[in-house]
Design a binder for this molecule. Structure first.
Ligand code: 1GP
Length: 236
């Protein structure tokens, strides 16, 4: 089965999923073995690779090495079309539904399409909703879009529903990397209860309780970036 089918199967079985997000800009390849050891002994089910802006030229090398040393599926989580590597297993083909910047709604997808056609990457159409989290995040800054307000739950739900109706296969609720506040649990719950597609939650989750809370609210997959980056013993 492909990666999306595995996610659907996990959802049917009530199995929760966990992705470790690796930002190539923050990885020291010299220390990769240590990182790989921690990933392989963690409960992670997926590796996401990407970031709002990736300046680093190590993307290919990082993915090659990860493919050799880690069994988990490697899923690109790109900020723009420069972050496509044919060596990964899949790509979250993201639409920034909370924003009104046409680049992140269609322009980058048009640019990426011919590149993606030349790869064997599994393409997973993903609605991406940025939720306000206290301070400005890199996603908001780079995409020049405003996050949705946490009080406006009707708008969050309508946005997620519109994405599902447009054919998104996953819905990603994002507080932003390193966010002060994670996506509020009432929002996770509302979206998870009203959508059929799996829900991903990430941004500002810093402890195991935060992961558990997101699962209990209905998240199917939780993304951990900064907390693991700052402390590779996070899952010990
Ligand atoms: C960011 O949701 C991910 O896109 C992870 O965020 O770095 O805050 O864990 P953190």
């Amino acid at each position: 089965p492909n990666i999306y089918q595995q996610i659907i199967q996990a959802k049917c079985d009530g199995q929760k999923l966990l992705a470790i997000l690796l930002d190539p800009d923050k990885i020291d390849l010299e220390k990769l073995d240590q990182l790989v050891l921690k990933i392989n002994t963690s409960p992670a089910t997926h590796i996401f690779v990407g970031g709002s802006i990736v300046q680093s030229t190590i993307l290919e090398e990082l993915i090659t090495k990860l493919k050799q040393k880690v069994k988990l599926p490697i899923v690109l989580f790109p900020g723009d079309p420069t972050q496509i590597s044919p060596q990964a297993d899949a790509i979250l083909f993201l639409s920034l539904l909370s924003g009104r910047n046409p680049d992140y709604l269609i322009e980058y997808h048009v640019q990426a399409a011919p590149i993606l056609k030349s790869t064997n990457l599994e393409i997973i159409s993903t609605g991406y909703i940025l939720i306000e989290s206290g301070t400005e995040t890199a996603v908001a800054r780079v995409s020049k879009t405003q996050p949705l307000q946490t009080e406006n739950v009707d708008l969050v739900l309508a946005t997620a529903q519109a994405g599902e109706m447009l054919g998104n296969k996953l819905m990603y609720l994002e507080a932003g990397s390193g966010a002060k506040k994670a996506v509020p649990l009432n929002i996770v719950q509302l979206v998870a209860q009203n959508l059929k597609i799996p829900v991903i939650v990430g941004g500002g989750i810093v402890d195991l309780q935060g992961i558990q809370n997101a699962y209990e609210a209905g998240a199917d997959l939780v993304v951990i970036g900064t907390a693991f980056e700052n402390n590779i013993h996070f899952f010990d």
